[in-house]
Design a protein around this ligand. Structure first.
Ligand code: ADP
Length: 153
């Protein structure tokens, strides 16, 4: 059976932290689908098209990495695409507490699914999309926090 993982998130925008988790997961799975969640209640900074474009640009040379979008329950999306793993990154103990309950609920909803966590590298612990958005709102340069070579313009 193929090992198919989804990496769900908002990616608003993609950061070096996300990029690092996906690249480290490439040897672990046959396919990784980066699934951009569309949440009608959450207003995003970047449009869904832009968020997908940034991901496609950075992972263009990774044939096992695909980009998609979804709405609704993550486990329903997993069933639809035949994914048996959910990939998530962990930065802090707060992430752990949050992720633990989601993973346990997902396991109840869909017992075949396994959530796999990769710990962030220490240098990426402080990076998150909201920091990048704040820098952009205030006219700063977020290039240290987003993948090398990515232009958000
Ligand atoms: P969400 O809206 O689900 O929090 P994000 O786009 O913020 O989506 O994050 C998607 C995934 O990437 C989550 O598993 C999150 O923990 C992980 N992640 C975010 N930033 C980092 C980072 N700096 N290092 C490692 N993992 C990260």
């Amino acid at each position: 059976m193929q090992k198919i993982a989804i990496f769900p998130g908002s990616f608003d925008p993609l950061t070096r932290g996300h990029e690092n988790i996906v690249k480290r997961a490439v040897p672990l799975f046959d396919r990784i689908i980066i699934a951009v969640g569309q949440n009608s209640e959450k207003k995003s900074y970047f449009s869904i098209e832009k968020r997908i474009f940034f991901l496609e640009t950075i992972f263009a040379d990774y044939p096992s990495v695909e980009i998609d979008k979804y709405t609704g329950l993550t486990v329903e999306y997993c069933k639809k695409v035949g994914a048996n793993y959910i990939l998530r990154g962990l930065r802090t103990s707060a992430d752990f507490e949050f992720e633990r309950s989601i993973a346990q609920v997902n396991k109840k909803l869909y017992p075949e699914i396994e959530t796999v966590f990769l710990l962030t590298l220490p240098e990426y612990t402080a990076i998150n999309s909201s920091v990048v958005r704040d820098i952009l709102r205030h006219g700063g340069d977020p290039s240290l926090f987003i993948p090398e070579g990515l232009s958000l313009g």
